[in-house]
Unconditional design. Sequence first.
Length: 241
Amino acid sequence: MSEDILRISLITPTYNERENIPILAEEIFAVIAQYPEIDLELIVVDDNSPDGTGDLAEELKDRYPIQVVHREGKLGLGSAVMAGFAHSDRELLGVIDADLSHDPVVLPQLILGLRDHDLAIGSRYDPESKVEKWPWYRKVISQSGVFFARRLTGVQDPLAGYFFLHRRVIDKMVLTSPGYKILLEILVKGQYNRFMEVPFIFRNRQFSSSKLNWTEYYLFAKQLLLFWLFKKRFSGHSKSN
Ligand SMILES: Nc1nc2c(ncn2[C@@H]2O[C@H](COP(=O)(O)OP(=O)(O)O)[C@@H](O)[C@H]2O)c(=O)[nH]1
Ligand SMILES: [Mg+2]
């Protein structure tokens, strides 16, 4: 598909991201405007945010190619991503957090990477990446999770929330991750051969607050164990980098 137009749906799950969503849309479409070979629609999946993010996203439709999926209440990040995938009719899919942590500057590199890779991941752990001022405990937790998940997948940042893929990678799998870290499940169960990782600067959220809590950490630890068992039973992906 080397010279074709790359038609992609970029999913952004939102829960109380009113301040962030207009800036995110502006940044994304400013970057993409410079790449005529990329045709991107943004799909906002909002869980009835009390701060009115969903309605604000509706207003942005006048200015940008945006679709908004409204869900009844807070049903979790992973399931929001899946709802976005289900809503899209495009072959290429991507995920970006709405809180401006995932710098849209690297979007073209990630999306163009799909021309010869099944998966493209924005990596926080490349020597060229930077993670802005995380509290120490968050760093420790993230890095321990990454340590185990890396051994499971061979990917530098298997817990990234910024990733892109061909729909065929997930066509045959049933995603079960309700909460965070849906990429890990895709890496364990998905159909892919070639993946790439692109370093970027992970910016701290400026507005609103993180929705990551102890329940999410617990769910993640449980998931890691299940994937480990799954991997042991059905081992065998050929991956190249
Ligand atoms: N639709 C939806 N979005 C969510 C939910 N939980 C988190 N998000 C969004 O997922 C993204 C990542 O969440 P965030 O709280 O920043 O997690 P962190 O970056 O790991 O601290 C943000 O865009 C959130 O608004 C949820 O239950 N439903
Ligand atoms: Mg965040």
